[in-house]
Design a protein around this ligand. Structure first.
Ligand code: ATP
Ligand code: MG
Ligand code: MG
Length: 407
């Protein structure tokens, strides 16, 4: 496809209108694209501050997904927890869903995702299917303790994960309770799986962008590019800080992570189009294991807005629309991103952003969420600089102002 299609903009429908959809829409008009969103918050969603084309409805509501798709040239998502079956129906009726419903179906279920990757020789933590308490007990014997129990679907920011430290019925029931599963629910099949504990040195992430023309027989060359590997520093399973390029690992290990991430996305085959966030663990012996993949722009890729030639949101739109991909190269030597999490008041929440407004090399990206809940991602701050030490000075100032929520 080319940038101008007739005299009309190309129409992109996006399932989900949170901050990721909003940031896609900030890039869309420059590319002559017109986006429409579906979001449960409707006109109160982050995307709605950037366009009036927002339909209110659940991301699980097939009828609403059909409604936003009605006049769209391309349908995409900003989150994987959507009604994939509705997208399968749309594809069957000739709609252009990018990434494809098949790819979204694999990624939406972390267990299917892990199975897919081991079948394609991508190293992941050891894991077991655990549809019952007895299966959890067996997994704890086979994989050892602590054991990470994960919901197959719907998890984010560590919600959906529970750590099992003892292989006793009481400890398992307690872990299930944390995951919202009561004793009576546990008598039916559990929608869980278990992962062996990885004692990692650090977590890294790579954003991969893959062109939708990859599956097109008219275009023999698959275009897959990666952005540089970053450190993703998590606190209580929420990403707090991203450092670019990744530190404390050698250039070879960074390269290994970038190659693994591209191989993982290529393994998803035709329909693996758009931007994908690939989260990985680096062990003390420098092995790189894949943790999980997100089929969309990702929190660890926000730094690209201020530090790369073409940011992840623009490249996602280019990829799903079949436009040529932009450069993933950095335009500065070093960068970082700090998530702004909701504190106990709006004033406290805004402290780091207000300070960033006065700092050279810092850029505030606010999401416009209707309510400021404790621990909620309200925005982020990107910092760019000529050296890591310059970045560190800025980070120290910003993090001193960020209240880490304790509840
Ligand atoms: P996201 O918000 O990135 O979607 P999520 O809720 O899907 O996160 P995971 O990425 O599965 O959750 O896990 C959250 C964090 O928990 C990881 O970033 C890592 O710090 C830790 N973690 C996950 N799996 C393991 C494991 N097998 N061993 C040790 N730590 C783990
Ligand atoms: Mg996840
Ligand atoms: Mg994760």
């Amino acid at each position: 496809m080319s940038l101008i299609v007739g005299d009309q903009p190309l129409r992109v429908a996006c399932v989900g209108g949170g901050q990721l959809g909003r940031m896609m829409n900030l890039e869309a008009p420059r590319l002559n694209l017109e986006m429409t969103f579906l979001d449960s918050l409707g006109l109160n969603s982050p995307a709605a501050q950037t366009t009036a084309r927002v339909i209110e409805g659940s991301l699980q509501d097939a009828a609403k997904i059909h409604e936003i798709a009605k006049n769209a040239d391309v349908i995409t998502v900003e989150i994987e927890h959507v009604n994939v079956e509705a997208l399968v129906e749309l594809e069957a009726s000739g709609c252009n869903v990018q990434p494809s419903a098949r790819v979204l179906g694999i990624i939406r279920d972390k267990f299917l995702q892990k199975q897919h990757f081991i079948n394609h020789d991508i190293v992941v933590p050891p894991f077991r299917e655990t549809p019952s308490i007895a299966a959890v007990q067996n997994a704890a014997v086979e994989l050892g303790l602590p054991l990470m129990l994960k919901s197959r679907r719907g998890g984010y920011d560590g919600k959906g994960n529970a750590v099992l430290k003892e292989n006793t019925l009481e400890a398992i029931e307690e872990a299930l309770k944390q995951l919202g599963i009561t004793k009576s629910d546990a008598s039916t099949a559990l929608d869980l799986y278990a992962e062996g504990w990885i004692d990692f040195k650090c977590e890294v992430a790579v954003m991969v962008v893959r062109s939708s023309r990859a599956g097109d027989p008219q275009v023999p060359f698959v275009t897959t590019k990666s952005y540089p590997a970053v450190n993703a520093i998590q606190q209580d399973s929420i990403c707090r800080v991203v450092l670019v390029p990744a530190r404390n690992i050698s250039a070879q290990v960074r390269h290994k992570a970038e190659i693994l991430a591209q191989k993982a996305i290529d393994s998803l085959g035709a329909g693996a189009s758009g931007v994908f966030g690939v989260e990985m663990f680096v062990t003390n012996s420098d092995d790189v294991l894949l943790n999980e993949v997100a089929p969309r722009p990702h929190n660890t890729g926000h730094y690209t807005q201020d530090a790369c030639a073409c940011n992840q949101f623009e490249n996602h739109l280019r990829a799903i629309c079949g436009l040529p991909l932009g450069s993933t190269d950095m335009t500065v030597p070093a960068a970082a991103m700090v998530n702004v999490l909701g504190a106990s008041s709006m004033e406290e929440t805004l402290a780091s952003s207000n300070a960033a407004m006065e700092m050279a090399g810092a850029a505030v990206h606010w999401y416009g969420k209707a309510a400021c809940r404790s621990g909620r991602k309200m925005g982020h701050i990107n910092v760019i600089g000529d050296s890591q030490s310059q970045i560190d000075i800025a980070l120290e100032k910003l993090l001193a102002l960020e209240r880490i929520p304790t509840d």
